[in-house]
Structures are given as structure tokens and as C-alpha cells.
Write a protein that binds this ligand. Structure first.
Ligand code: AMP
Length: 304
């Protein structure tokens, strides 16, 4: 039931209508791993530079289910850094800067002890890094990737090659439109299925997510909350809850329509906690009992 993720570990500067956070811990791998670890053990494969602050590294120690043996610290390299600013409605954001740092170097290595990983999440990073990881994981049972505008714009060819090799793709509505040229989410999702994956999850912020699976379609509302402080990492923690709950369930058919739909409800719940504070703060405060409580409330809300 081993879950593995590769993606970014970054230093974020974030502005939201509630305030701002300077040089805080972020990154797609970070948010994913923290969220997934609330459900199941998770192995990370990522690189940082020797400028990575010790106080950020210490945050990983607050999540006992995260295995950091695959975290490389590179001498003389710079950690990935990103800045973003959210608009008043918190649904749209503008990227202020992206400093690739270690992402522009050789991809991080998968430790030999991780080679038996079965559940694989390729969080946001360069598609060629995502692809490189796959070749080293022969026992994978379910592989899901995320992507975003930067990679669709600068590495679409590599992304299309990757899509032929994954079971699922998770992306935002705008990114689905950018990738396919289709404005309707269902049409865009079907278009992406033709590119290779068996399912696509189109995320729409506070408007929830749409699952377009070869065996059906499901719409999931977001957990309704007024307490949105910082939406950064909502997508990654959503994916973490999804993959973590799948790994914990150890089902016979992890990629089935029912398995993914249920997992998306867990993703929705963990993401709703994540956005209640900056950086990883909220995820360090909650446990399985909090997740189960909100999951039950959410399940009651969506039952018709
Ligand atoms: P999300 O809000 O779920 O889209 O994730 C935001 C996180 O992704 C931030 O913590 C950033 O450090 C990280 N990030 C931003 N841009 C990229 C990128 N192009 N590739 C990988 N990670 C990124």
C-alpha cells in the first residue's frame, strides 16, 4: 500500500485578502505529502538547495507518516521559489514569480527502497521529471498526475507523452481549457481522456470538482466554508487526501469510478482544512478524528 509523490518543495510568498506570508514553506509535494500522511504513509522524492531553511525542514517532522529519505539537499543549488497573489474572491490568483532553482537541474533520484511503491502521485513539477519517476516504479497500480499552466505553456510535448502513461489527471478548470481549447469542463475532460488517462478531475475552487471517468461522471461540491485564509495548496492537499485515502483503503480496483469518487470526497475535506490558515499550519493541527467528523458532515450535505 505504499504511496509515493514527486513534486516541488518550495519557498512561497503569498498575498491573500486576509494577509500575507513571506518565504513560507510551500510546494506541490509538501502540501500533497502532508495531506496524504493524515491517511497513510507517504514517501517523497524531491530536491531542495542548501538555502532551504532548517525551520521549514522541521515542519516535515510534524508529520510522522512522511518518509523523507528521498529528499535531496543540493550544495550550491537554490530551492524552488514561488510568489502568488489571490484576488478578492480567492478563486483566482496571479503568479508573481517562479524561480525554478533545483527544478532546472537533474531530477531527484528515487531511492532503491522506494521501488516497490504502488500508488504514485506526480505532483506539479516539470513533466520530464514526472516521466522520469514513472520509469523507476515497475510495481505501480495507480498513477495520477497534476499539471499547471506553466508546464502546459513550456512543456506541452512532454506532458502529452506523460498523459499516455498515467491513469488519471487532476487539473484546474483554466488549465483544462488551456490544454484542450475547450471551455466546457465535460467536453474538456472527454478530450483529455482521448489523450490517454482513464479519468480526469477538473477542479473549480469553491465550486467543487468534476470527475470525468471512462465509466461515468460525478460532480462534487466543495465543503462550504467561510473561513478561507489562504487557498495555496488547496489542489495539492485535495490530491493528497484523494491518494492517501485510496492507499489506506487497499482496494482491489483503486482506479474504479466508485473508488475515485469516494476518494475525492476525502480530498475535498482535507483541502477545506488546509485553506483555513497560511502554509501548512492548519494541517499540522488536525488528525484523523477531525477529518472523519467533517467527512461525515460533508456526506450528509451531499446526500440527496
Ligand atoms: P496549489 O495551490 O494546489 O495549486 O499549489 C500551490 C503550490 O504549488 C505552492 O506552494 C507553490 O510552491 C507550488 N507551485 C507553484 N507553481 C508551481 C509550478 N509551476 N510547478 C510546481 N509547483 C508549483
Amino acid at each position: 500500500m505504499s504511496l509515493i509523490v514527486t513534486g516541488t518543495i518550495g519557498i512561497d510568498t503569498v498575498y491573500t485578502p486576509s494577509g500575507h506570508a513571506e518565504k513560507t514553506l510551500g510546494g506541490s509535494c509538501t502540501y500533497f505529502a502532508a495531506a496524504a500522511s493524515l491517511y497513510a504513509p507517504v514517501r517523497i522524492v524531491a530536491a531542495v538547495g542548501d538555502d532551504f531553511p532548517p525551520e521549514h525542514r522541521a515542519v516535515f517532522g510534524k508529520f510522522p507518516n512522511i518518509n523523507v529519505d528521498g529528499l535531496e539537499t543540493r550544495k550550491g543549488s537554490k530551492t524552488f521559489a514561488w510568489g502568488g497573489k489571490y484576488l478578492q474572491n480567492m478563486n483566482s490568483r496571479e503568479t508573481l514569480f517562479t524561480e525554478l532553482g533545483v527544478l532546472a537541474e537533474a531530477p531527484p533520484k528515487v531511492p532503491a527502497a522506494y521501488a516497490d511503491s504502488e500508488y504514485v502521485f506526480l505532483a506539479n513539477t516539470h513533466p520530464s521529471v514526472q516521466m522520469g519517476m514513472l520509469d523507476q516504479l515497475p510495481k505501480r497500480r495507480l498513477t495520477v498526475a497534476d499539471t499547471m499552466d506553466l508546464w502546459i505553456n513550456i512543456a506541452k510535448g512532454e506532458l502529452l507523452v506523460l498523459l499516455r502513461k498515467v491513469d488519471g489527471l487532476v487539473l484546474n478548470y483554466d488549465e483544462a481549457e488551456l490544454l484542450t481549447g475547450k471551455t466546457n469542463s465535460v467536453t474538456a475532460g472527454r478530450h483529455i481522456l482521448e489523450m490517454g488517462p482513464k479519468f480526469v478531475v477538473v477542479k473549480k475552487g469553491e465550486h467543487g470538482a468534476l470527475l470525468i471517468h471512462k465509466d461515468g461522471i460525478a460532480a462534487l461540491p466543495a465543503y462550504p466554508t467561510e473561513n478561507v485564509v489562504d487557498p495555496t495548496g488547496a489542489g495539492d492537499s485535495f490530491a493528497g487526501g484523494m491518494m492517501g485515502s485510496i492507499a489506506a483503503a487497499k482496494g482491489a480496483n483503486p482506479g474504479s469510478f466508485d473508488s475515485i469518487r469516494k476518494a475525492l470526497a476525502h480530498g475535498t475535506v482535507v483541502a477545506s482544512y488546509n485553506i483555513e490558515a497560511f502554509s501548512l499550519e492548519r494541517l499540522t493541527q488536525i488528525g484523523r478524528a477531525d477529518l472523519d467528523k467533517r467527512y461525515n458532515e460533508y456526506a450528509a450535505m451531499v446526500r440527496i
